[in-house]
Design a protein around this ligand. Structure first.
Ligand code: SAM
Length: 171
């Protein structure tokens, strides 16, 4: 299953950490790429690309100003994560059947047209929280926990898990 994340409404001055974490979570938990919309932020894209280079895998990072055209041209289904949507546990079996999935996560305010165009508006609890948490739980439900063992080929750095302390193998 190919999963692309679309992160809406990035604000360069205010959101760099949250937006970076959306990208890191998307990559670590099995998505194939992330597209940022909102304000163009060269530093954000560069810092993520540096992580990809060091830690391996084939995750794509890019920026798209016109997110509606990206959504309209997407060849597959669209899931929009929002606290107003239907509970993730009610739709996830259906979502898992898709080959290509675009997952939209918002920022401060998501325009109504996104709700209308989405095949699924999906909530992770009907409580307000965070795009990072919503994305994490959504991806974990899609992959049923298998993403936890994902391998990242051609990594320059690899962690050897330890009971205590830090061990990193560097190429
Ligand atoms: N009013 C927004 C909404 O519609 O969910 C909350 C904004 S929240 C700070 C930013 C993003 O986090 C949302 O656009 C959504 O993608 C995600 N989010 C927050 N709470 C969520 C929830 N309970 N379920 C799914 N996604 C959520």
């Amino acid at each position: 299953m190919k999963i692309l994340i679309l992160r809406l409404g990035h604000r360069a001055g205010r959101d760099p950490r949250i937006s970076t974490h959306c990208g890191l979570v998307a990559r670590a938990l099995g998505a194939n790429g992330i597209v940022y919309s909102g304000e163009r932020d060269r530093k954000l894209l560069e810092s993520l690309k540096k992580v990809m280079k060091e830690w391996g895998g084939s995750f794509e990072v890019s920026y798209e100003k016109n997110y509606m055209s990206l959504i309209k041209n997407w060849k597959g289904k669209v899931a929009h994560l929002t606290m107003y949507g239907v509970p993730v546990q009610n739709v996830i079996d259906r979502v898992r059947k898709e080959k290509n999935l675009l997952v939209i996560i918002g920022g401060e305010k998501v325009p109504p047209e996104v709700y209308k165009i989405a095949d699924w508006n999906v909530s992770v609890t009907s409580q307000p929280h965070s795009e990072i948490a919503a994305l994490t739980i959504f991806l974990d439900r899609v992959f049923k926990g298998k993403e936890l063992g994902k391998k990242f080929p051609e990594a320059m750095k690899r962690i050897v898990p330890q009971k205590s302390g830090k061990k990193v193998i560097e190429k």
